[in-house]
Design a protein around this ligand. Structure first.
Ligand SMILES: Nc1ncnc2c1ncn2[C@@H]1O[C@H](COP(=O)(O)OP(=O)(O)O)[C@@H](O)[C@H]1O
Ligand SMILES: [Mg+2]
Length: 237
């Protein structure tokens, strides 16, 4: 039995998590026994060389993928106990996710992509439209609302993906290289938005190669070969 206290405190907790991919006869052991706890209100960065398991781990922590063995708890809930429909509702309500490859709907406009997850019951059409427009404004795309993904640059698509992830005001934002496609000035603007969200109580867990992002995070978790090689908390200054 997990201790009730730590389960409540930790937004995410994982215990001895492994993820193996089988490809025909070959097996890739991408995540190799990770124990990790992310506390409410933290801003943590996951770094490490390409192929070390960062994206795999983030998907596991966001209940998008299931571990081969081990346990993942989000908000104290063992993600293995969630059925498919329940997992979807759970993610919509609690977790915002920015994928490394964005996964925007190609036939929908930026505005419609952001409206899509706005599932709050009772939220009318006008309110959804207003909320999505507001979010696109936050990420600096107020004038690109009618554009479809193919009509947007990589950096703009990334910002649509960020706006979409924020649609339901998630308590936990997981993002895979959220500034990877952005120029320095736009990256800095979004980083300020992330800092503001974090000050307002959103827990942030980002995979990043960006030193500016890693330097802003209060905690840096380094992965190497599917394991945590270091986990450093910055002292407040
Ligand atoms: N769906 C998959 N099927 C098979 N192998 C995968 C899959 N996803 C990732 N891998 C492999 O798992 C390892 C870790 O990948 P990934 O988590 O994407 O690393 P990172 O994000 O750190 O670059 C890599 O060797 C990669 O090739
Ligand atoms: Mg990756």
């Amino acid at each position: 039995m997990p201790l009730a206290d730590t389960t409540v405190q930790a937004v995410i907790r994982c215990e001895q998590v492994h993820r193996r991919y089988t490809m025909g006869d070959a097996e890739v052991h991408a995540v190799r026994g990770i124990d990790l706890e992310i506390a409410r209100g933290e801003f943590a960065a996951i770094t490490g060389p390409s192929g070390c398991g960062k994206s795999t781990l983030l998907h596991l922590l966001g209940a998008i993928d299931a571990p081969s063995s081990g346990r993942v708890y989000v908000n104290g809930r063992d993600t293995a106990t969630l059925g498919d429909a329940e997992a979807t509702t759970f993610r919509l309500q609690h977790v915002g996710f920015v994928f490394q490859r964005f996964y925007l709907m190609p036939t929908l406009s930026a505005q419609e992509n952001v409206e899509l997850p706005l599932a709050e019951p009772g939220l009318g059409k006008v309110a959804r439209r207003t909320r999505a427009a507001e979010l696109l404004g936050y990420v600096g795309l107020g004038d690109r609302r009618g554009h479809r993904p193919t009509q947007l640059s990589g950096g703009e698509q990334q910002r649509v993906a960020i706006a979409r992830a924020l649609a339901n005001n998630p308590a936990l934002l997981l993002a895979d290289e959220p500034t990877g496609e952005l120029d320095a000035a736009t990256g800095e603007r979004l980083l300020e938005l992330f800092r503001q969200l974090n000050r307002d109580g959103t827990t942030l867990l980002f995979v990043t190669h960006d030193h500016v992002v890693a330097d802003t995070a209060q905690r840096v978790i380094r992965l190497l070969d599917g394991r945590v090689s270091s986990d450093t908390r910055r002292r407040e200054h």
